[in-house]
Design a protein around this ligand. Structure first.
Ligand code: ADP
Length: 359
């Protein structure tokens, strides 16, 4: 696997600087680049997650004062909540290098080797989706995390030997959408563990307004609120809607301003409803209602009916539905709630036996 770019520490203070990267379009790879351009570069730039940010500041100040290497950090939380953002901000703040890797792409210890041997003193190695590391890779990481050393096996049979290699002290920042899937030995090797929760609406409003400024687009307060309220509590969705809405404003408003009417129209066309549900979220609910009579239904069965990988449902779709009280997880499976039926304008499914919410 090829290593990704090494980013140097230090950041650009100018809000508008990354704008060359910004264009318009859907949330495809290009939009992802735009989203990257909106990513906060310093801790002061990070909006919301105040308690986490406060604790990160303390970690950084103490590390600097001790002239030490930062302890390993684990961030967990749903997709698009700011895990990668914090992981990029931290080396910026410390003025150290950052390397980025992703758990599923590391097939064998040898794929991890270049990252470890290239880690400079005090640098950060970010490992996204760390819960998906293969066991052999994870075990290879243990001594690296604990003692900054690795054991490399050379040769086979009678010629087999292990060489021990010392690494520079460095910091691993792991990100996971499933902290529960992390093995205990890996989890225990993180000095700091921080959970990122969904954002308050007021913080999302602030993110929308700030990013509109970065995009040199004006947005009314009411429109910023409308976008924030439909973004499922995550900055990524807020950015996504903002970028799309901006296209509509460019085409429809003489000043390119995002007004409430334009935001509402854009969200209508994007099929984002009043709760912020997207087509796939509603499809999940209607599948549960129509095929499984409201549940309980197992994740695999729902995933199969929707032709969507179960991981996608569990990571991308379910967290917000659960948090909004539209589904419940019971020991027997997922169940749709009365609130979901009301939202979809559907009747509650007939009683479907013991254990169901409607029994
Ligand atoms: P995750 O790694 O949890 O999936 P990211 O860190 O990639 O999420 O966040 C997605 C996008 O949301 C980022 O590119 C950034 O533009 C924006 N974002 C995330 N957290 C914040 C924040 N606290 N303040 C402002 N924008 C944020």
């Amino acid at each position: 696997m090829a290593r990704e770019t090494v980013f140097q520490g230090g950041f650009d203070e100018d809000d508008a600087a990354p704008l060359d990267m910004l264009g318009s379009g859907g949330f495809d790879p290009q939009d992802r680049r735009m989203d990257e351009a909106l990513r906060p570069q310093s801790l002061d730039d990070v909006i919301g997650q105040r308690k986490v940010v406060e604790r990160v500041k303390i970690m950084l100040d103490a590390t600097r004062k001790r002239n030490d290497t930062l302890g390993h950090i684990l961030f967990d939380g749903p997709p698009g909540i700011g895990k990668t953002t914090l992981a990029t901000v931290i080396p910026n703040e410390l003025g150290v290098e950052l390397q980025m890797a992703a758990g599923p792409a590391l097939d064998a210890p040898k794929d991890l080797l270049p990252y470890l041997t290239n880690a400079t003193h005090g640098s950060v190695l970010f490992i996204d989706e760390i819960h998906r590391l293969r066991p052999a890779v994870e075990e290879f990481l243990y001594p690296a995390m604990e003692d900054f050393r690795i054991d490399i096996a050379l040769g086979e049979g009678l010629n087999a030997r292990t060489i021990n290699m010392q690494l520079k002290p460095f910091t691993i920042i792991g990100a996971t959408t499933r902290s529960g899937m992390l093995t205990a030995p890996l989890r225990d090797r993180f000095v700091y563990r921080e959970h990122l929760d969904f954002y308050e609406t007021e913080d999302l409003v602030e993110i929308v307004r700030r990013n509109a400024r970065k995009l040199r687009t004006s947005v009314t307060d009411e429109a910023a609120l409308a976008v924030a309220m439909r973004s499922q509590g995550t900055p990524r969705k807020a950015n996504n809607i903002l970028l799309r809405t901006r296209d509509f404003a460019t085409l429809r408003d003489p000043n390119g301003q995002i007004t409430t009417a334009i935001a509402e129209d854009a969200m209508g066309i994007l099929e984002i409803d009043t709760l912020g549900l997207e087509r796939q979220d509603r499809r999940y609910l209607t599948t549960l209602l129509d095929i499984f009579k409201g549940g309980p239904a197992g994740l695999q069965a729902i995933a199969h009916s929707m032709s969507v990988p179960p991981d996608t449902l569990e990571d991308d779709i379910e967290p917000f539905l659960l948090r909004s009280g539209l589904i419940q997880r019971t020991p027997r499976g997922r169940v749709v709630t009365a609130a979901a039926c009301e939202h979809l304008g559907r009747e509650l499914p007939p009683k479907s036996g013991p254990g169901s919410l409607f029994a």
